[in-house]
Design a protein. Structure first.
Length: 287
């Protein structure tokens, strides 16, 4: 009889993830009750240092287990590079006894949860951006397959009765909020998604190496268009603003100076939008 999670690799691959199927994973299981009615996904870290050069050093350990705990130790390992290594289709010894958390009940965590181990150290090292993004995608895909709410994604630190801290350096409330964003993006058409990303790029600039907002390089330093507009509004509209220093640029000249400081390819769409707004203000003929 097939083990209950034999669908896992196909579901992850269909979500757009890079998936490695470890040898024998469809027959691999720990002894005990199988997770035939899993209610959520549980996130862990392996506590092993990882890197882009060695992104998944714990795969074999998660297959074989430790001297104190037989494998498999999870259902999939998410590497530092974002590649997902599928480990087991049956029960995995990853969760132990679980307390109630979110919409999920208390009980045998190895039966209740599909377990993802993120391969990173967890105390002095956090997950990589690629790893975090892969975990978001993988978790959303599995919960969707299980027909469970996104709140059913939990961290081991939220279910453990023994004080576990994993996944380290991951705010689980933020993680679940990112799951919601991912779910909304998945519901968009490719055209809508492309438009959203283009608008984000124009307003916030290119993302940094870790996905952070860093703005556009301008004559006044790295700024987003949103931040520049906020500064302009605060400077020109605030009634309690102190008098500007002698010689300081004010009013329309300040706006002109801000436009001149912006890259041309960013100033153009903003200028077009301002022209459109001004056109809407014009009275209709005969009004």
């Amino acid at each position: 009889m097939a083990l209950p999670l034999v669908w896992l690799a196909d579901v992850l691959r269909a979500a757009g993830l890079a998936v490695v199927e470890t040898s024998g994973w469809k027959e691999r299981t720990a002894s005990g009750v199988q997770p035939t009615a899993a209610v959520g996904v549980l996130e862990h870290h392996t506590a092993t240092p990882a890197s882009y050069e060695n992104p998944a050093p714990s795969v074999q350990l998660c297959i074989d287990g430790r001297s104190d705990l037989k494998g498999p130790l999870c259902h999939a390992v998410i590497g530092f590079d974002g590649v997902v290594h599928v480990i087991a289709a049956g029960r995995a010894n990853h969760a132990g006894e679980a307390k109630a958390s979110g919409p999920n009940p208390a009980g045998d965590g190895n039966t209740l949860y599909v377990g993802f181990e993120w391969d990173y150290q967890g105390v002095d090292q956090g997950p990589s951006p690629e790893q975090y993004a892969a975990a978001i995608t993988a978790t959303a895909a599995v919960l969707r397959h299980l027909d469970r709410p996104l709140e059913a994604a939990r961290g081991h630190k939220e279910t453990s009765v023994t004080g576990k801290i994993d996944p380290g350096h991951v705010d689980m409330d933020r993680f679940r909020a990112d799951l919601v964003t991912k779910d909304q993006e998945d519901e968009m058409t490719p055209e809508q998604d492309a438009m959203l990303r283009r608008l984000e790029h124009e307003l916030l600039g290119p993302r940094g190496p870790e996905g952070q907002i860093q703005g556009w390089q301008t004559a006044v330093g790295p700024r987003t268009i949103v931040a520049m507009l906020v500064d302009l509004v605060n400077r020109t509209a605030a009634n309690d603003q102190p008098a500007a220093p002698q010689g300081a640029v004010q009013g329309p000249e300040a706006i002109k100076a801000a436009f001149e400081a912006m890259p041309a390819d960013q100033a153009a769409p903003l200028l077009a939008e301002l022209v459109r707004i001004q056109q809407q203000r014009q009275p209709a003929p005969g009004a």
